[in-house]
Design a protein around this ligand. Structure first.
Ligand code: HEC
Length: 146
């Protein structure tokens, strides 16, 4: 009984930590231009929650301590690759995106547990990897010609 109450009080106190309260989706400054609707749908399902400004914040992202983990993933993810800010710093890891899919490091495993529709078949992976490569070509071409 006592431990139950203690845990409940502790859980309540965790909610007071401000980190994780805010769920920002800043404006999209330059959206990725996907070669086709299918690859865009795959990217949106598998990558956009952490690598864009169009994050769909799930209900559990409002409850500590999950809120801290989600906030951290989104912050770090956007820092590395932001498919909504390709005109800014968002594109610098674009060249590695296909590789992370190939190795299976992205999307992260713990994300797949909670988002089964981010699980890609081999064909879907191939399609998304090709789309990322094309996007990277377009972007570096764009950067080259100013
Ligand atoms: C649950 C959040 C989440 C999802 C979903 C996600 N990523 Fe990431 N991604 C991260 C985080 C956090 C980092 C930075 C830390 C790290 O590398 O683990 C990262 C880093 C990266 C990097 C930088 C290079 C590297 O390996 O660190 C690339 C490229 C990348 N992700 C591509 C993708 C692609 C492509 C998808 C979709 C197929 C995807 N990510 C889905 C969270 C996510």
């Amino acid at each position: 009984m006592r431990t139950g109450l203690g845990a409940l009080v502790l859980f309540g106190l965790l909610q007071l930590v401000p980190y994780g309260w805010s769920h920002p989706n800043p404006p999209v400054t330059e959206a990725a231009t996907w070669p086709d609707a299918e690859s865009e749908a795959l990217a949106r399902a598998a990558c956009y929650d952490c690598h864009s400004n169009e994050t769909e914040w799930p209900a559990y992202s409002y409850v500590a301590p999950m809120s801290w983990l989600v906030r951290r993933d989104v912050e770090m993810g956007r820092d590395e690759l932001n498919l909504s800010e390709l005109d800014q710093d968002g594109a610098h890891e674009l060249g590695d995106a296909a590789e992370t899919i190939e190795e299976g490091s992205m999307p992260p495993r713990q994300y797949l547990l909670l988002h089964p529709n981010a699980r890609l078949s081999v064909e879907e992976e191939q399609r998304l990897m090709a789309a990322f490569e094309q996007l990277d070509d377009d972007e570096s071409g764009g950067r080259g010609s100013g």
